[in-house]
Design a protein around this ligand. Sequence first.
Ligand code: FES
Length: 482
Amino acid sequence: MQISVTISRFNPDTDTSPRMEPWNVQVEDGARVLNVLERIHDMDPTLLFRSSCRAGQCGSCAVKMNGEPVLACTEEALDGMVIEPLDLPVIGDLMVDLVPGINDIPRIHPSECGTNPTQEDVLRIKPLRDCIECLSCVSVCPAMKVTEFLGPTSMRSQMRIALDPREPGNRIREALEQGLFTCTSCNRCWRVCPKNIETPGKAIEKLREIANREGLTLPRHQEVAELVRTTGRSVESGKHVFLDLVDEVIEPFGDVKREVGFFVGCMFNARLPERAMDMLEVMRHAGIRVIIPKDQVCCGSPLIRTGQTSIINALMEKNIRVFQDRGITTVMTMCAGCGATLKNDYETPFEVKDVSEILTETGLPPLKLLQTTATYHDPCHLMNGQQITKQPREILVQAVERFIEMPAMCCGSGGGVRSGLPDEAAALGEMRRTAIRKTGADVVVTICPFCEYHIQEHSDKPVKNLMTILVEALGEKPTELS
Ligand code: FES
């Protein structure tokens, strides 16, 4: 088959910036990206790229295909694909400098007083040992762009060492110096990992648990944990609290097409209740009955992400019980962080769906296009935590006249970084400001309360929740609480 491909070419000795070079090549059906690169290399032997095992085992062939890191030897080639180097220092064309990143990965130092791993130890270590050091995770990590964070695979290695009894010493202080608390829990490293290693959940949060046991949790994170312990909520109540403002059952205007339970989340409950009110207005028009148990509590996400897990089981049990007692079979979340936590950290007897999934499945009420140009910010806990990217866009393009894409990147508000390391959060927020300006959009739309709150501080344009946009497109007035 014939494949057209665009390749990034760059010679650091002669070029000031990369140039994109188009090629048409003939390859077998089912060809991999690496086959295409080799065919081009046959015609132009100056093309630089790496490969070795050709079987997804050595990690040397990682490149970006259409903006996403992939292993060239295992990824199927697509007609029209764009191939670029990973976002790391480029030696030439598609070849990047892997040496500094690989040298940074902590290694085990077996000690005489250590013991050999048991079979159980080996099983616990195994998910963290699958790394092939391709550095795809390092190339996408937002924290590494603005801090000295050593990176996801280094933290993965620190946790792997922590589980290995051959090295009985404790390296938690070393992990802290290497930036353990700078990770924003965006989960991008997990999503681009060719070996599907869940570094944030299986390494970084576990290392933070060890830090917590040793009294090394950041003071601001401890305050949040204390608030959850004493109030059941991670955000202090403001003037208006959503759960105090609404009835337990909200009926739609017409026939009931569907019924959902609503998991509110602390941010929408206490800091942005207007957005949750806007969502209820949309649900009324969409024919969806919403049940809102008043006795629900914090999902526990701020505690899990920061390694403070001593009361997590109690929070989980309570939240599951309040929905189960009411016979609710679908729980809807509107906060991306709560949704990712309920889906990934809980074992629920009910299904959990984001509001954008509910609305695209049930159908939107008739809307009038708003005369504006909107861009969309992907919340990490929705994009990486729940793999939801299409549904919010599907909704947004039905509500605004013009939609313009913006490259996805963490805004810096997650993982306890906004509260614990505000300078880092601000630096990432400023990167969003630049990206928003480049789009030329009039309004930035998102769906996560943390992103909305944080980006608004780093944007010259208004930031609106998708539900507020829908209320406007319904011809209604968004909720204002005085
Ligand atoms: Fe070894 Fe692709 S060549 S992973």
